[in-house]
Design a protein around this ligand. Structure first.
Ligand code: PLP
Length: 402
């Protein structure tokens, strides 16, 4: 008879199979047990036909990967510990010394920091292009260009680029296109099928998603994904992912699995409130511009309209205002601080509304002519009552922007 300490670890009880519940189980593992040495030698994790080690996947992470593929219309998915890690995984998997990456000037800031830091240090160069000028992108593509990033819409100034044109251009030059799809979330448009019905399909090569935002929906999980439709491209990502030792925690994967069924409803709710508030802000003299792709005067409105058709459609939960240039920075900061329901904080996609003032001069290589002078303030709209949110912005304007 084995000692109690041993029996507690090697316990003979095996629960009956066939348990089903609405939520998948949470499988936590570093070690995965093989039935035999022969199985250990032959089990393959790359195609998800088996399990070999916690870092390489568990039933929980495989399940989340498959559901995210369904959300975004892709075939393969890699999970990483944050949205930024997903951006970095793309760069590290696909670029080598001597290559060049093109990044839109309005891109998510840390993507640019990675290019200016590690990538440059490893001999990988970059250029920033104007997301609203296809000619500028075309003119920057050269024989060293291996990867082009696109973002629709930009997450601070909300310009909506001509994604279809950019993808066509890159395809004609055989350059990979990676989309940061956090804003669209697989709900505003189909990243791998931008013109539904067209054969062959026109789409990006890679879709990166900060699951931290809408898929999590709680403001309490950090995770990212990279989705593809090309098995060879996916394998490159998987191998780099393995060599870097990137993994996600099962409890975090479970949190995203728990929120995923409600993503479309939440996205719709964020979207409806955001449109209403953006529209109301247009009437406020303290703001010289309102940036939101559904507004006819917002940069790239036409492109949003062409891509995000009713049925899919949607425009997420972000909008920005440019506070009139007559208000100095300190007064704009006071406006943000005067808000009661909107909290000062990064990220978006959760239940709580957030606000961040941005200093464009340190974020952009140049300030585009389509943006008015003045300080950009970005609102991330949560799930509170839209009437209360409007009243909050109204009282903060009356208090600080006079
Ligand atoms: C938040 C965000 C990311 C990064 O996600 P993290 O999980 O915070 O690292 C990437 N891209 C966009 C557009 C984002 O908004």
């Amino acid at each position: 008879m084995a000692d109690l300490t041993t029996t507690l670890i090697h316990h003979p009880y095996v629960p009956p199979s066939g348990f089903e519940a609405p939520q998948p189980g949470v499988f936590k593992a570093s070690t995965v047990i093989f039935p035999s040495v022969a199985a250990m030698r032959h089990f393959e994790w790359k195609d998800k036909s088996a399990y070999t080690y916690g870092l390489h996947g568990t039933p929980t992470t495989y399940t989340l990967e498959e559901r995210l593929c369904t959300l975004e219309g892709g075939s393969q998915c890699v999970l990483v510990p944050s949205g930024l890690a997903a951006i970095a995984l793309v760069a590290l998997s696909l670029l080598k010394s001597g290559d060049e990456v093109l990044i839109p000037d309005n891109a998510y800031g840390p993507n640019k920091s990675l290019a200016e830091g590690e990538l440059l240090g490893w001999g990988i160069t970059h250029q920033y292009y104007d997301p609203m000028n296809a000619m500028d992108l075309a003119s920057k593509i050269n024989e060293r260009t291996r990867l082009v990033w696109v973002e629709a819409a930009g997450s601070v100034t909300l310009e909506f680029p001509d994604l279809i044109e950019a993808v066509r251009l890159c395809q004609s030059k055989k350059i990979l296109v990676a989309l940061d799809n956090t804003w669209g979330a697989g709900l505003a448009f189909a990243p791998f099928d931008l013109l539904p019905g067209q054969v062959p399909e026109l789409g990006v090569d890679l879709s990166v998603h900060a699951l931290t935002k809408y898929p999590s929906g709680g403001g309490d999980v950090l995770m990212g994904s990279v989705i593809t439709r090309d098995p060879a491209l996916h394998l490159k990502l998987k191998l780099t992912h393995m060599r870097l030792g990137l993994g996600v925690a099962a409890n975090d994967a479970e949190a995203v699995l728990r929120s995923l069924p409600s993503i479309a409803l939440r996205y719709q709710a964020h979207d409806a409130s955001t449109r209403a508030l953006a529209q109301w802000c247009l009437s406020q003299p303290a703001f010289s511009q309102v940036l939101h792709p559904t507004l006819p005067d917002s940069p790239g409105h036409r492109h949003w309209q062409a891509l995000c058709k009713p049925g899919m459609g949607g425009a997420a939960g972000l909008f920005s205002v440019i506070v009139h240039a007559r208000f100095p920075q300190a007064q704009v900061d006071a406006f943000c601080d005067a808000l009661q329901l909107f909290k000062v904080g990064y990220s978006w996609g959760g239940p709580m509304s957030l606000v961040v003032p941005y200093e464009l001069s340190i974020m952009r290589s140049q300030r585009p002519a389509y943006l008015a002078q003045g300080t950009v303030v970005r609102f991330s709209i949560g799930l509170e009552s839209v009437t209360d949110l409007q009243a909050d912005i109204d009282q903060a304007i009356k208090k600080a922007l006079i």
